[in-house]
Design a protein around this ligand. Structure first.
Ligand SMILES: Cc1ncc(COP(=O)(O)O)c(C=O)c1O
Length: 387
């Protein structure tokens, strides 16, 4: 069979990316946002791959979002000319950012700030390098990570500081409702999506009320954008994990298991009793240590998949199995109900695919994606890591 022979020839662990599933995921989000007239600015933190950024932006404005200066550099080199660096600015990075702008004069690189020091640092660097840095103000719409609440009086102070300072300009407001990951059902997701949008839109309204320009209202996490029924007030959206999806997103209800495009190919290297376990050659480095479905499993109808969902080479899950723990290069497959369900009689050398709990974390271990279609290998796509 083509399928088995192709996947039997690859080294393990390898990172597989199912091309039709990727396309379907890109299309779903792309069409939803286009229908709402929202500019899709895919967050490339998940894929970190130039060809995938090209696929994700096809038919859209071409703007993207990144989480590291390295990503900004790599995508600028590849010709992307509108990039938002959506992690709070550390002033020492401004030298590197200015060098990048020097090299690519047509690049618009928006930065993210939420404090007077970062604004002052950007203005100072702007003066030294003779540039104006467009800045997004970060809004905390409930995630309690970075940013200011939209009703925080300090927010308007920051907008005014930007307005009266040379070499910086206000690009808009930006928020990411990371609390969407803890939602228990679609209703809660919908509420969080509204909260995300209304926080950002509200903040923009207050800033505009001062007579200041606040062009962009940037929102988005995959779960909120998936659930959202209204986009009123938003202008752009930054989903990231939607491209690949993962077990966490499937349990959140944002996709089906059959939509998960990313998997790790692994080989069975041992079989043991007491406790009953199969060892695979994909451990913590190959799968990541993200155990976030353990938290989901507190809610009815959701299961803990440990460090990954075990599937056959066709991507068909074994619901009774999970990767329960891992050492650096060893993963432990166990039965969910060892008293009643024995482990499959797989021989040493047997190959499995593991669907990731959190695609962004798992992909980060690899240099490339091995593209598959109907189980056959069709090529590889490069990715990069680092900062
Ligand atoms: C600022 C920001 N925007 C957008 C995203 C994309 O969210 P998701 O991965 O849920 O698509 C993230 C993810 O962490 C983020 O930090």
């Amino acid at each position: 069979v083509v399928l088995d022979s192709d996947l039997m020839d690859l080294k393990t662990p390898s990172l597989l990316l199912d091309a039709p599933r990727l396309q379907k995921n890109l299309q779903f989000m792309g069409q939803k946002l286009a229908a709402a007239d929202i500019d899709l600015q895919p967050h490339m933190k998940t894929a970190k791959s130039v060809p995938i950024a090209r696929m994700a932006t096809e038919g859209h404005s071409g703007a993207i979002t990144v989480s590291t200066v390295k990503e900004a550099e790599e995508f600028a080199k590849a010709g992307f000319s509108k990039i938002t660096y959506a992690v709070g600015l550390a002033p020492h990075k401004l030298g590197r950012i200015a060098a990048l702008l020097q090299r690519f004069p047509n690049l618009t690189l928006c930065l993210l700030v939420d404090n007077p020091g970062a604004i002052a640092a950007a203005a100072e660097a702007g003066q030294i390098f003779n540039r104006t840095f467009p800045l997004f103000l970060e809004i905390d719409s409930g995630a309690q990570r970075g940013g200011l609440r939209s009703d925080d009086p300090k927010l308007l102070g920051l907008a005014q500081q930007i307005a009266r300072t040379q070499h910086v300009s206000l690009a808009g407001v930006l928020t990411h409702a990371g609390q969407s990951y803890a939602a228990r059902n679609r209703q809660e997701l919908l509420q969080i999506a509204d909260q995300e949008r209304l926080s950002a839109f509200g903040a923009a309204g207050l800033i505009r009320g001062l007579g200041l320009s606040c062009p962009a209202v940037s929102i988005g996490s995959t779960p909120t954008l998936w659930a959202a029924e209204s986009f009123t007030g938003a202008t752009e959206a930054r989903p990231g994990v939607y491209m690949f999806m993962d077990v966490f997103q499937a349990q959140l209800g944002c996709c089906q298991i059959e939509d998960i495009a990313l998997s790790v190919l692994a080989t069975v290297i041992g079989r043991y009793e007491k406790p009953a376990r199969l060892l695979i050659d994909a451990g913590a480095l190959a799968l990541s240590q993200d155990r976030s479905t353990a938290l989901q499993a507190r809610h009815p109808g959701r299961l803990d998949y440990g460090l990954g969902m075990v599937c056959d080479l066709h991507g068909q899950p074994f619901p009774d199995l999970l990767v329960a723990q891992a050492h650096q290069e060893h993963g432990f497959i166990v039965s969910r109900t060892p008293e009643t369900t024995a482990l499959p009689a797989w021989p040493i050398g047997y190959r499995v695919r593991i669907f990731p709990i959190h695609a962004c974390m798992t992909a980060a271990a690899y240099q490339d994606y091995i593209m598959i279609e109907n189980g056959a290998v069709t090529g590889t796509l490069p990715r990069f890591n680092g900062w």
